[in-house]
Write a protein that binds this ligand. Structure first.
Ligand code: SAH
Length: 219
């Protein structure tokens, strides 16, 4: 197998990206270290965008989806307060970049994607890069009851409302981070399950995500 190219130039660009995220007020050192360790250029399929992999931008990937902007990945990861060994459910695997950042934070990650080709390609990519995550092809609105409860749940697509079945799949003390609102104009919500009956909700600014869709019949 040919070695995966991640040379000093990529590492240098990654350091600069981390400095940019610090300037944009990402302060969580574990999150910054995770961003510094994940080779984002290996999560972008279109070579036209490779040169820009370490700019703070979202890019198109297969199936009309996007790889999230590094700032958004860092911001959501920071809100999620991941601890080593946490069981984390991600909805919207996409390129697998956020999945890899969660793995780098020491989480045991389960991730759901509703586009089959994207699910398959990302499964291969993460295996090749040595990230161990359980990738599932399915509908994130259902969550993963067989593996619940989770310490953390992160949704990386814009949901019209908090998906009904997910808060119940959180442990007590668990955190769910979800962008909620119409396409391209969501507010970032952080839900904390403070006891078995109570969910506290905080709002953390405006973001732009591809929509969370259900009922996908074919891959
Ligand atoms: N975390 C990804 C972001 C990809 S964009 C990354 O870093 O690249 C959001 C992804 O959510 C898309 O791949 C889209 O297909 C997926 N998605 C949308 N609705 C979904 C649903 N109901 N269940 C699972 N995945 C969904």
């Amino acid at each position: 197998m040919t070695p995966i190219p991640d040379d000093y130039r990529h590492q240098g660009m990654r350091k600069q990206l981390v400095e940019e995220l610090k300037r944009k007020r990402i302060g969580d050192l574990a999150v910054l270290a995770a961003i510094n360790s994940v080779p984002r250029h290996l999560f972008i399929d279109d070579s036209a965008f490779l040169r820009l992999a370490y700019t703070d931008q979202a890019f198109p990937i297969a199936c009309g989806q996007t790889i999230s902007q590094p700032y958004t990945v860092a911001f959501q990861s920071q809100l999620l307060e991941v601890r080593k060994g946490d069981k984390v459910l991600e909805i919207g695997t996409g390129s697998g970049y956020q999945t890899a950042v969660l793995c780098a934070l020491g989480a045991k990650v389960f991730s759901i994607e509703r586009h089959k080709p994207l699910h398959m390609a990302t499964k291969q990519r993460l295996e090749r890069l040595g990230y161990r995550a359980t990738l599932v092809f399915g509908d994130g609105y259902k969550g993963l009851p067989a593996h619940a409860p989770f310490d953390r749940i992160i949704i990386t697509c814009g949901a019209p409302a908090v998906p009904e079945l997910l808060p119940a799949q959180l442990k007590v003390g668990g955190i769910l981070v979800v962008p909620v609102g119409p396409e391209g104009k969501q507010k970032m919500l952080k839900l904390v399950r403070s006891d078995s009956l109570t969910i506290e909700e905080q709002e953390h600014g405006a973001f732009s995500f591809v929509p969370m869709l259900s009922n996908k019949s074919a891959g």
